[in-house]
Design a binder for this molecule. Structure first.
Ligand code: ATP
Length: 297
């Protein structure tokens, strides 16, 4: 079932075309990763989803309702965490969490306490004294304590340390287990890689790549380090091989994922002594788009 659906979204700010036709769909129980460089249009997309920005054309439907016209209804069932969290400086973290949770009409006291403990937040401090990471924790605790059906998170972990990043990831997995959906915009590729069922890469207001991590991996290369008993000297004649370095019977190379089977078959004729392959990382894919063919030039 489609929880969030974006069709042909176009939005400009004066001369700046921020979104030039964005399409995406998030199903129930799915964690959807939205990645792209600064200024790509992630926050603009999210602001249209939240119904605070009206698109020039295109539609956003959440739970089958219109994000602009039915924003009030929709907001009862979504939780949102911005990248830059501003809080009332004179309220304590605990008071802000209570306020957000009560505004949503939910009251999960034990969940709130558990989250405060897991995120190691001191809720008695005034928000004005919190660091960026602590302000993010307040927003995340409020969001996770609210029990929403869709969580829209705009770079929610940029200020968290690795330990807290792990707590965040556990919370996302728990939400997913409950069948809830998550739309996660992120710069942290390892986070997207670990958590997301589907990923879209946005650049200059357009989605340039979309699919499961496996789908996207087919576009990239696998790194291989191998050794054979007999010399496989014709290795460089195979298709889809890059950056090949041969040192007597040892080989280091990159191979297009689609050609991997052929390379293994070829090497095995020469008796493989050792073979290590590392799957392409999202980072390789990302770099592929931001250097070379995908660059702005
Ligand atoms: P970041 O990762 O830096 O937050 P982003 O992917 O969220 O970037 P957006 O904030 O959506 O990108 O910006 C998309 C484009 O629209 C950028 O070129 C930005 O300069 C422009 N833009 C965003 N908000 C406004 C605004 N209020 N007025 C004019 N231009 C804007």
């Amino acid at each position: 079932m489609s929880i969030l659906r974006v069709d042909g979204l176009v939005k400009s700010y004066g001369d700046v075309m921020a979104l030039q036709g964005i399409d995406l769909e998030v199903g129930q129980g799915e964690v959807y990763g939205f990645i792209g460089p600064n200024g790509a249009g992630k926050t603009t997309t999210i602001r249209v989803m939240l119904g605070v920005l009206k698109p020039d054309s295109g539609k956003v439907k959440i739970f089958g309702q219109d994000a602009w016209k039915d924003a009030v209804d929709i907001h009862k069932r979504i939780a949102y965490v911005p990248g830059e969290v501003s809080l009332w400086p004179n309220l304590t973290g605990g008071e802000v969490i209570d306020l957000f949770v009560k505004l949503r009409g939910s009251n999960h006291e034990s969940l709130r306490e558990e989250l405060i403990e897991r995120f190691e937040l001191d809720p008695s401090k005034k928000c004005g004294t919190y660091s960026k990471g602590n302000r993010q924790k307040v927003a995340l605790i409020a969001a996770f304590a609210a029990k929403a059906d869709l969580y829209i998170l705009d770079e929610p972990t940029s200020g968290l340390d690795p330990l807290m990043e792990r707590v965040f990831q556990e919370c996302i997995r728990e939400i997913k287990k409950e069948g809830k959906s998550v739309f996660l915009s992120s710069h942290i590729l390892s986070e997207v890689e670990r958590l997301c069922d589907k990923i879209s890469i946005i650049r200059q207001g357009r989605i340039i790549e979309s699919g499961t991590l496996n789908d996207l991996r087919h576009l990239t290369r696998t790194q291989i380090v191998a050794e054979t008993k007999n010399n496989a000297k014709e290795l460089n004649s195979l298709q889809g091989i890059y950056d090949l370095v041969i040192d007597s019977n040892k080989y280091r190379l990159q191979v297009e994922s689609a050609e991997l089977g052929k390379v293994i078959k070829y090497l095995s004729q020469y008796e493989i002594v050792s073979f290590e392959s590392s799957p392409p990382k999202l980072e390789d894919l990302f770099m592929h788009h931001y250097s070379g063919a995908g660059s702005d030039d």
